[in-house]
Design a binder for this molecule. Structure first.
Ligand SMILES: O=P(O)(O)OC[C@H]1O[C@H](OP(=O)(O)OP(=O)(O)O)[C@H](O)[C@@H]1O
Length: 178
């Protein structure tokens, strides 16, 4: 039986200094390929035309997922990094670290013809995903949902983020290590 993306995540995921080290999953070629394929699988028949990814882990996963789906990638940048052109900007509500981010998306990147999928490694409060949805919709695009590795989303209503599909539930991870 082939090893699933979920099993490979559990094999390579680790807690380091009290933080989830999802980067370690990406270091393994088989795990990275399986994760990317697994993230897009539920959305293959959804007519996705653009994959959004939030800096920084979302850049890696979103770019790879866009290639997997044969569509383009739309970056959502945080902070002050150079980002040419007119932007849609949102100040997110507090996220899982109680941080509020200034998220930016290039206005020309999405149009009313687009059907948008957000790909990320983790969702908890949904704060950053909700901000991306709002920005995509300001561009006139249609929001489809989110594909994530770890689904820890508890905020209600859950359908405020469209279809949310995780490779695994946070409760399946190894016990937290500080
Ligand atoms: O559901 P939420 O509470 O909004 O949290 C989820 C977001 O937080 C994490 O990114 P983080 O801000 O840690 O940045 P990183 O990708 O650079 O590690 C994760 O990659 C999501 O983007």
């Amino acid at each position: 039986m082939p090893t699933t993306a979920r099993e490979l995540v559990l094999e390579h995921f680790r807690w380091v200094g009290g933080h989830a080290d999802v980067w370690a999953v990406f270091r393994d070629a088989e795990a990275l390929a399986a994760v990317v394929a697994g993230l897009v699988e539920p959305f293959r028949d959804e007519g996705i035309t653009a994959v959004c990814g939030i800096e920084s882990r979302g850049f890696l996963l979103g770019g790879a997922a866009a290639v997997e789906l044969g569509v383009g990638f739309v970056p959502v940048r945080k902070g002050e990094g150079l980002f040419p052109g007119d932007k849609v900007v949102r100040r997110s509500v507090p996220d899982y670290r109680r941080l509020r981010h200034t998220l930016r998306l290039q206005r020309s990147a999405l149009t009313p013809a687009d059907r948008v999928l957000l790909i990320d490694d983790w969702i908890e409060t949904g704060s950053q995903a909700a901000a991306v949805r709002s920005m995509a919709e300001e561009c006139g695009a249609t929001w489809v949902g989110c594909g994530v590795i770890v689904d820890q989303h508890t905020a209600a209503p859950r359908n405020a983020l469209g279809t949310v599909r995780g490779l695994l539930d946070a409760r399946e991870l190894p016990a937290f290590e500080a």
